[in-house]
Design a protein around this ligand. Structure first.
Ligand code: ADP
Length: 218
């Protein structure tokens, strides 16, 4: 994954060196392409670093009492422009009287952001994405879910999607590192929660994760 953008950059620089630099319109085009490759590389390196830091325990969670809506809404608003561009409907359904959770809000939002980003990526134009939160039957956890009407995940791939660097067949040619779900799982488990997915090929996918309810005063 890292080699692909690197090789592209190398080819672009060589093309500029052997003459394209003297043809301004072509040079601009190659520079623009180089810029895109640098963006792709940066994103991968950032995710790799992030994953390494989280795994080595160097990202301490700053837990505090967080309203469930504060886990969901900022992440949704951040990704809404991307979803609008694809003409997807983005719905939020929060159960009434949800208790606050004990979380590092920015990390919990990151999980919602990762799941939402995937839902947008793997849902064809015009689909619907629904983000829900409800109290689990045990009364001790809030269950968050992100449901899409997208391509779904083949049953054979489903057990592997949370592995690091795993990318499904459909995702293989697209950008992305296969780290998003691995990072999400780590963050959720560091909170004492669980993460899982259900999916039917051709019908869509639903990703779930739980966060513990904050005991009052926590
Ligand atoms: P990436 O998105 O960078 O490929 P992730 O770790 O986020 O990596 O996801 C791993 C794989 O899980 C994806 O490559 C894709 O095959 C599958 N996947 C994740 N979310 C969805 C979704 N909402 N719909 C369909 N497939 C999904």
């Amino acid at each position: 994954e890292l080699r692909t953008p690197l090789a592209a950059l190398q080819a672009l620089v060589e093309t500029l060196q052997v003459g394209a630099l003297d043809e301004p319109p072509a040079a601009r085009h190659f520079l623009h392409r180089a810029d895109q490759e640098v963006d792709a590389l940066s994103q991968m390196v950032e995710q790799l670093l992030e994953r390494t830091l989280i795994e080595s325990g160097k990202v301490p969670l700053r837990l505090s009492e967080t309203p469930a809506a504060d886990v969901v809404r900022p992440a949704v608003e951040r990704l809404r422009p991307q979803s609008d561009r694809r003409h997807l409907e983005l719905l939020i359904e929060l159960a009434d009287d949800l208790p606050p959770v004990l979380s590092d809000a920015s990390r919990a939002q990151q999980v919602v952001g990762n799941l939402l980003h995937n839902a947008i990526k793997f849902t064809p134009d015009g689909g619907t994405i629904t983000i829900r939160a409800r109290l689990r039957n045990d009364g001790a956890h809030v269950v968050f879910s992100v449901q899409d009407t997208g391509f779904g995940i083949p049953a054979a791939e489903l057990p592997r999607i949370f592995e690091r660097f795993y990318k499904g067949d459909r995702a293989r040619s697209s950008g992305g590192t296969g780290l998003g779900l691995a990072i999400s799982r780590h963050l959720v488990e560091a909170h004492g929660g669980e993460i899982w997915a259900k999916s039917k090929e051709g019908k869509g996918s639903t990703f779930y994760f739980t966060l513990p309810v904050a005991a009052s005063g926590e």
